[in-house]
Design a protein around this ligand. Structure first.
Ligand SMILES: [Fe+2]
Length: 292
């Protein structure tokens, strides 16, 4: 069966069939996947039960696989999967059991429930985030994706004008501070704050995107209260139902998202249920405007 893309809406989210990601990706398929990701932002590949190695190989066919988050922060919590290239997105402890509610692994993933683009807080952010479900929960646990291109297009003219030349300051610990997660000073400083324009152009589609997420700590030229109120408002706009796709996971689902075009968040689930996903990320090649 040939590679086939079935769109959910005209320009946002497509289901992909006719490919087994256990095998190396052919050059022509790779090109078609990149093109589809430029258009749809999110691609859903069902029935892909991948080993860690196959997942890394799939990611590596789209760019350099990121290891900085694992090395700088997550390996200090646990490294159950034993690799810097695959992140353990789970509520499972190092012994393989469902972690307690107050376990550091559990606490540290709560920040994922806020809208974010992976790596927006880094000078060199993430281009593709690839999630592969090992187990899925009954209640909740969806990953929701929101379209930053449609979010920009649907802003009113006054707001578009207001943010046209604004620069946001993004910080890895913005949400963790808000959640009162007691990280050390070293952890809080692991990723220095970076500056990004609030309006960017997506290189693959030429469309403008509203570049704002829960890591946005401030906006240059606005008072801190004005900035934080505006960030809150913009994120609320991004997360409006008509711009959101909610993915209910089944084991073997693989979702590839373009962080330059969409934000995502994980939804709450019943803690005692085992939720286990693996993630590979590729680095982008566009740097921020520098450190704040
Ligand atoms: Fe994420």
């Amino acid at each position: 069966m040939p590679l086939q893309f079935t769109p959910v809406t005209e320009n946002f989210v497509a289901h992909v069939t006719g490919i087994d990601l256990d095998d190396p990706v052919r050059a022509s398929d790779r090109e078609a996947i990149v093109e589809a990701c430029d258009r749809y932002g999110v691609l859903v590949f069902p029935h892909q039960h991948l080993s860690k190695e196959a997942l890394v190989r799939f990611g590596a066919s789209f760019g350099e696989v990121d290891t900085t988050l694992q090395k700088k922060l997550l390996n200090h919590i646990q490294n159950r999967l034993g690799t810097d290239e695959v992140t353990d997105i789970s509520n499972v402890d190092a012994q393989g059991n469902v972690a307690a509610a107050d376990h550091w692994q559990t606490i540290t993933t709560i920040g994922n429930r806020f809208w974010h683009s992976d790596g927006s807080y880094k000078d060199l952010p993430i281009r593709y985030s690839i999630l592969n479900a090992v187990t899925a929960v009954g209640y909740g646990g969806e990953t929701q994706y929101a379209d930053l291109r449609a979010a920009y297009d649907s802003l009113d003219a006054v707001t578009q004008e207001l943010i046209a030349d604004k620069i946001g300051i993004f910080w890895s610990h913005n949400t963790r501070d808000w959640l009162h997660i007691p990280d050390s000073e070293a952890e809080r400083g692991a990723f220095p704050k970076v500056r990004w324009p609030l309006v960017r152009t997506h290189p693959g589609s030429g469309r403008k995107v509203l570049w704002c997420d829960s890591k946005c700590w401030g906006i240059e030229g606005l008072s801190p209260p004005e900035a934080r109120a505006l960030v809150h408002e913009l994120i609320e706009h991004i997360g409006q139902r008509e711009r959101v796709y909610s993915h209910k996971w089944r084991p073997g689902d693989l979702v590839m998202a373009d962080n330059r075009a969409v934000v995502h968040r994980g939804r709450r689930f019943i803690h005692a249920e085992r939720r286990e996903m693996r993630r590979v990320e590729t680095n982008d090649d566009v740097h921020s405007l520098g450190y704040a």
